[in-house]
Design a protein around this ligand. Structure first.
Ligand code: SF4
Ligand code: SF4
Length: 312
């Protein structure tokens, strides 16, 4: 029988600090110029089409990558909870595993790794400032992504209070599910640009595919676009037969048009995240394995922009 003390999943959480899944340097895709992107771990939504499932849970997880494993058996030997079986389909028994990480430390290769690292605010700021010269010359900066950075308002506030006086351009990518009061007080004053994800117009459909209604997301969007200082760019992820339907895109475009928005970005469907589900022991969602064709994307974009830019 496993004791509660050893099986508690939160026993390796460091008080007050969020986990960071990754810090991607020299990105050209997450805002203007050259940027460093911080991927926070933890998200209030559970989108069935999530392209970054490693960033959903707030707690540290152990990832197993079969193609990196040499099947030496060291991890099996050291696991105190007997949670690893190299013969089984799952490899790690996620019910037993408490993410202690002893197997990761024992692994001689890259078969196992911890998902999520703690950074003190100063530590993360120092890492981000290493590329300050790139930001300056490319009109780039930093982008806070995830997961959902707004889950950690105190930490983000402290980080941005550090970086903003140094003239760093700040982008926030958000799913929009946050307390507007807290966001506007702690994060917004330091932000230049918000990429705001809108997935569905219909609240019931939103709940079906993300686990939450979009009422708060739409209300927050309406509040945010009325802020004069910050630029807001809505983004709609295209997922075949889920978000990328004529009905949904028409409804989102109509909503944006009513709000006076003239520009939005349709994010092309990217199946690359599907492989990440298995490594943390989650079932792979039944989504297409291939990219959408350029013709399909262009047709959806044309239809969407036509509604958005109609004058009447
Ligand atoms: S992290 Fe590794 S060693 Fe620790 S309980 Fe999980 S499988 Fe076992
Ligand atoms: S210790 Fe690492 S390389 Fe060895 S069996 Fe376990 S995961 Fe594979």
């Amino acid at each position: 029988m496993l004791s509660r003390e050893v099986t508690m999943k939160t026993s390796f959480v460091r008080d007050g600090l969020p986990l960071i899944v990754d810090v991607k340097r020299h990105s050209l895709e997450d805002g203007p110029g050259i940027r460093s992107v911080v991927f926070f771990k933890g998200c209030p939504l559970r989108c069935v089409f999530c392209h970054n499932p490693e960033a959903q849970e707030k707690v540290q997880e152990i990832a197993f990558t079969e193609k990196e494993c040499i099947f030496c058996g060291e991890c099996v030997e050291v696991c105190p909870l007997k949670a690893i079986n190299l013969e089984s389909l799952e490899i790690i028994d996620r019910e037993r595993c408490n993410s202690c990480g002893m197997c990761v430390d024992a692994c001689p290769g890259k078969g196992l790794r911890r998902v999520g690292t703690y950074y003190e605010v100063e530590e993360l700021a120092e890492l981000l400032l290493r590329d300050r010269a790139f930001y300056k010359h490319s009109h780039g900066g930093i982008t806070l992504s995830g997961g959902e950075c707004t889950l950690y308002p105190e930490y983000v506030e402290a980080l941005l209070k550090f970086l903003k006086p140094l003239g760093i351009h700040v982008v926030v990518e958000t799913c929009g599910f946050f307390s507007y009061k807290t966001f506007s007080r702690k994060i917004l004053p330091y932000v230049d640009l918000v990429y705001y994800d809108l997935k569905f117009a219909d609240p019931a459909v939103h709940k079906k595919y993300t686990g939450r209604s979009n009422r708060r997301i739409l209300e927050n969007f309406q509040s945010l676009i009325r802020e004069e200082r910050v630029k807001v760019i809505p983004r709609i992820p295209l997922v075949p037969e889920i978000t990328a339907t004529k009905e949904n895109l028409t409804a989102i475009a109509s909503f944006l048009k009513t709000e006076g928005i003239k520009d939005a970005v349709l994010l092309p469907y990217n199946p690359m995240g599907l492989g990440k589900y298995g490594v943390i022991g989650n079932p792979r969602p039944p989504l297409p394995e291939h990219f959408m064709s350029q013709e399909e994307e262009k047709a959806l974009e044309k239809m969407f922009n036509l509604i958005l830019r109609q004058t009447k």
